[in-house]
Design a protein around this ligand. Structure first.
Ligand code: SF4
Length: 226
């Protein structure tokens, strides 16, 4: 199994009727400021280092972000925060991520969305989450031999990461460890770190600050290089 072959199959997926409708409707109607652009409007594959030491698990593509650019966390406000922080801790070549040909490159890091299509209000249903989970399972199975640290963004990413890790044969304790910002769990050879999602809901309100984000990603960097 290769990541390229996986992405090729993924982008053809139409398993969730509501999300297919939404991603395509957004891509047709567009936001006025992006009216000249051709939206991606399809499932968004994982992106970054194909043999990553750090795997970042987010929620789902933003309607006018990754659903527009086709690259995870690229072209939206959450991505602005995330890539700036990744750059500060040495995991991204440049501090911005605006377009697939912007020269951005992740260092030892890969990022994926737990649900691969943009959902209305950024809220996938439980059925959509479960329907999409096999794509994360497949990607994790390919990269897991390299991964030392999983960073879960938000409670949704945390649950998705733990579920996928459990299915990949990693020993996940029961009851499952709880999500929190800065939560750190050792799972055999792996570390799982929790981080508030850099959504506008969290960054506008000050619930997540730049130093808080840098702290978790800096910790991930140190753990990955130990
Ligand atoms: Fe397929 Fe996942 Fe998109 Fe559902 S969310 S259509 S399972 S890629």
């Amino acid at each position: 199994a290769s990541l390229v072959a996986l992405a090729r199959r993924l982008v053809e997926c139409r398993a969730c009727p509501r999300l297919v409708d939404w991603r395509e409707q957004v891509a047709r109607e567009k936001r006025a400021s992006f009216a000249d652009e051709t939206y991606w409007g399809r499932p968004v594959p994982g992106w970054g280092d194909p043999t990553p030491r750090i795997l970042i698990v987010g929620l789902a593509p933003a309607a006018h972000g990754a659903n527009r650019t086709g690259r995870v966390f690229t072209g939206d406000r959450s991505g602005d925060w995330l890539f700036a922080s990744l750059h500060r801790v040495g995991l991204a070549a440049i501090p911005t991520s605006t377009h697939p040909d912007d020269g951005q490159r992740l260092v030892e890091t890969r990022m994926v969305a737990a649900v691969r299509c943009a959902p209305p209000q950024n809220k996938p249903t439980t059925i959509e989450r479960d329907t999409c989970a096999p794509w994360l399972d497949e990607e994790l199975a390919i990269v897991l031999p390299h991964v030392r640290v999983v960073v879960a963004l938000g409670g949704f990413g945390w649950t998705a990461a733990l579920t996928a890790l459990g299915r990949a044969g990693v020993d996940v304790p029961a009851p499952r460890p709880r999500f929190g910002h800065g939560a750190e769990v050792t799972l055999g050879e792996l570390s799982l770190l929790g981080c508030y999602h850099p959504s506008q809901q969290n960054t506008f309100t000050g619930r997540l600050t730049e130093p808080m984000l840098d702290e978790v990603l800096g910790r991930a960097t140190r753990l990955a290089r130990m």
